[in-house]
Design a binder for this molecule. Structure first.
Ligand code: DSN
Length: 412
């Protein structure tokens, strides 16, 4: 045993078990997912695809990958799935490659309004390979489909991208498809439609929102957020020609050997999520998120409202402190969140005016609606009294998490 790593693993387990995890993109995979991820499949090279590998000895991993593909397709009601992307960023890299050419124009959400590094940030490959232009949210912080339409006609992009890392409301993918179709017919263009559903993939799997696979040319996702699987990515489509392009864009263009141990863990979670218990989990998750948002509003805080697993708390307006200060203060009392830009933010990404709060992880451990309300009270009090002794807060946090399942015993 490597004692140094074992010690650090024990420390991390203790940190996670003792704290309230409210980072909206985190979740706790089951022990079955973790076992598959730590399995012997990690030792196998399998460049290529099932039945078409560049190595011998792939007869078992072929079955693993085929099972993951079939379960993924069933879960998302989609015709084709590539389960090899190592991450969401890798999935997006390959998806762009499958749909457009270097230098082509992509219309995506203004990054400060909740896009992603791979959706056109200057420090990512995306803006260095393609030409990104942006659409803002409407004044009320919601997607404004008239603005999207206007930007589409102004910019004439080759690809329209929907997909958000801090958007708390429902997304009308059907309307987006209609706008793009009408634009293509009217102007003789061939604008493609891509959705990065990483944040809401669990909500889609649970059937609690529109399924972007019904409308987009390509849908990408991570598997570790609301889906509750191992860290990784997937790419989905209903178009056989695009599927062929996705496959060659993933391997050999952007990746080498697939991580078959992670693909095995993806297969496990796709089955776990295709169940009544996952749909019930999602109902509880939506209820907890809304309960916390509504209680903070009742206490006088400026919150976004929510229709999914997350909401935004404007800490500058609510408490006169910035997002970094709020994140640090909450961490000192045992609540983990992350600072986040909010619509119309006047502060830089280093500080931000907001916090992003989500209940995917806490709900997986057993957080109840009453506890979500209690957590809102704790957040409000801790941020209203930023210099008060953290100990009483920490002990209330400990009381709450003592009623939750130990992370090393989770099975779904
Ligand atoms: N880093 C992720 C998030 O926190 O939303 C996006 O990839």
């Amino acid at each position: 045993m490597d004692h140094e790593i074992a010690k650090l693993e024990a420390l991390e387990l203790e940190r996670q078990n003792d704290g309230i995890e409210l980072i909206a993109s985190e979740n706790y995979p089951s022990m079955d997912v973790r076992a598959a991820q730590g399995s012997i499949f990690t030792a196998k090279y399998a460049e290529g695809y099932p039945g078409r590998r560049y190595y011998g000895g792939c007869e078992v991993v072929d079955q693993v990958e085929n099972l993951a593909i079939e379960r993924c397709k069933k879960l998302f009601h989609v015709a084709y799935a590539n389960v090899q992307p190592h991450s969401g960023s890798q999935a997006n890299f390959a998806a762009y490659r499958a749909l457009i050419n270097p230098g082509d124009k992509v219309l995506s959400l203004t990054l400060n309004d909740g896009g992603h590094l791979t959706h056109g940030s200057n420090v990512s490959f995306s803006a260095n390979t393609y030409s990104f232009v942006f659409y803002p949210l409407g004044n009320d912080g919601h997607l404004d489909y008239e603005i999207i339409k206007q930007r589409l006609y102004e910019e004439k992009p080759d690809l329209f991208l929907a997909g958000y890392s801090a958007y708390p409301f429902a997304i009308d993918f059907r309307k987006m498809r209609e706008i793009i179709d009408a634009y293509n017919v009217e102007t003789g263009s061939h604008c493609r439609f891509m959705v990065d559903m990483a944040h809401i993939a669990g909500q889609v799997a649970a059937g609690k929102c529109q399924n972007p696979c019904d409308y987009a040319d390509i849908v990408t996702s991570t598997t570790h957020k609301t889906l509750r699987g191992p860290r990784g990515g997937i790419i989905l489509t209903n178009d056989p020609d695009i599927y062929k392009k996705i496959n060659s864009a993933v391997f050999p263009f952007t990746q080498g050997g697939p991580l078959e141990h992670v693909i095995a863990a993806k297969a496990v979670v796709f089955k776990e999520d295709d169940s009544e218990s996952f749909r019930e989990y999602f109902d509880r998750l939506l209820e907890n998120t809304k309960a916390c948002n509504d209680e903070l509003a009742r206490l006088g805080c400026n919150v976004s409202g929510t229709e999914n697993h997350l909401f935004l708390l404007n800490v500058l307006d609510s408490f006169g402190i910035n997002g970094l200060e709020a994140q640090t203060r909450l961490e000192s009392v045992g609540i983990t969140t992350n600072k986040n830009m909010i619509h119309g933010d006047t502060l830089s990404p280093k500080y931000t005016s907001g916090l992003r709060i989500g209940f995917a992880a806490a709900t997986s451990r057993g957080c109840t609606k009453a506890q979500a309300v209690q957590i809102a009270g704790l957040i409000d009090k801790a941020l209203k009294e930023p210099n008060a002794d953290p100990e009483p807060f920490r002990s209330e946090v400990k009381d709450i998490v003592s009623t939750w399942t130990d992370i090393s015993k989770l099975s779904y």
